[in-house]
Design a protein around this ligand. Structure first.
Ligand code: TRP
Length: 362
């Protein structure tokens, strides 16, 4: 059974349990700050995070800045992308009092988990990971050690807070599978510390980019959440369609037209076929005008809230998130070292307390 089929089979029971006992669950997910967040992020995952947060699940979001360099050499304007992501989270309804938002590079104790975790997977297992293979192929570069071990550091991201719910896109499920394996092997080898996390896949199908390919800023086929209404109109007008006047929904043979219909549909909650029927023979210019209105209408409140959040506010949210995440990571690292018999009572702020019998404490 592949990880998608296996996850789907467990999903219904899990969703029921989350609704009945949200306080028993912890969510961790996030993204790499490689560019501005776009419509696909909002509908694919950010709304799901807000939903879980509002249900009462303990929620964590990692802005995985170290992981920008898994498939490229340059970081780009990483700080701007980090702060932009924080703005989008808040504008979408993430409440920093209830959700811990932090950057990967600021949590040394989280990153230290990677070392024991690396001992729990073999090189062959890492080479078999389909997501790593695909990312390596797309990057067009030699496979770096960091990319090869991506699932291991992602496991540290998830397990540092004992996360058991990981909302991700389908193509990220093999990584979550590795996190499950690592949790299970750690517990078997050293003692019970970690839950086995579950990938949560949203019911919403993945929103394609405006040209029908995967939505990605590097293809220039994405509407960023932070764009102005005019910038949005410009990218949508540039989208490639075809010369047929009749509007029909057929992603296989009419990727451009169908992607625009999907875009309208996700904003208005209608079925793309209904929208196509209504447009009939109106042509792609009318479809684009409709898409521009739908997207700008759907995003106008988000953008207004986003514009209210300045750098100082975003930085303050991160600073607090980092503090909370570090505290959590310290506690987990303490447990890990204790489980491994490496408890020397030498840690500041550890849970072993002043009276610890550690050999370095005297
Ligand atoms: N790998 C994810 C992506 O590229 C980002 C990510 C980093 C992540 N750490 C994570 C997702 C932990 C879920 C859990 O989008």
């Amino acid at each position: 059974m592949d990880s998608f089929t296996a996850t789907a089979a467990r999903m219904t029971a899990l969703r029921d349990d989350i609704a009945a006992h949200p306080e028993r669950h912890r969510m961790l997910t996030g993204e790499r700050p490689t560019g501005p967040l776009h419509l696909g992020h909002l509908f694919g995952t950010i709304q799901e995070r807000v939903r879980l947060q509002d249900l009462g699940v303990e929620t964590h979001i990692v802005v995985a800045d170290y992981q920008v360099i898994t498939d490229r050499n340059t970081l780009g304007d990483v700080r701007a992308h980090v702060l932009g992501a924080v703005r989008d989270y808040l504008a979408a309804g993430i409440d920093p009092d209830r959700t811990t938002i932090f950057v990967h590079s600021a949590i040394p104790e989280l990153n230290q988990l990677i070392l024991p975790f690396l001992s729990l997977v073999t090189e062959a297992e890492l080479h078999r990971n389909p997501t790593v293979k695909a990312e390596a192929a797309v990057s067009g570069r030699a496979l770096s050690g960091l990319l090869l071990t991506y699932p291991v550091h992602q496991a540290a991201d998830i397990l540092f807070c004992k996360g058991d719910l990981v909302p991700v896109g389908k193509d990220n499920l093999p990584h979550v599978e590795v996190a499950r394996t690592i949790a299970r092997r750690f517990n078997e080898r050293f003692g019970e510390v970690f839950p086995e996390p579950e990938g949560l896949i949203t019911d919403a199908p993945e929103l394609p980019g405006l040209d029908g390919r995967k939505m990605s800023k590097s293809y220039g086929n994405a509407v960023s959440l932070g764009m102005s209404a005019d910038e949005t109109a410009a990218v949508i007008r540039r989208a490639r369609t075809d010369s047929e006047r009749g509007i029909t929904y057929d992603p296989g043979s009419r990727p451009g037209v169908s992607a625009l219909l999907d875009t309208v549909a996700v904003c208005t909650g209608e079925d793309p076929r209904t929208i196509a029927d209504r447009l009939g023979g109106a042509g792609s210019a009318a479809l684009k005008a409709l898409a521009i209105d739908a997207v700008n209408g759907r995003l106008s409140a988000h953008r207004a809230r986003r514009a209210e959040i300045d750098d100082e506010t975003a930085t303050g949210v991160l600073r607090e998130g980092v503090e909370r995440a570090r505290e959590t990571a310290r506690r987990t690292l303490d447990e890990v070292r204790s489980a491994m018999g490496m408890d020397y009572g030498d840690r500041r702020g550890g849970t072993s307390g002043e009276g610890g019998s550690g050999i370095l404490r005297g």
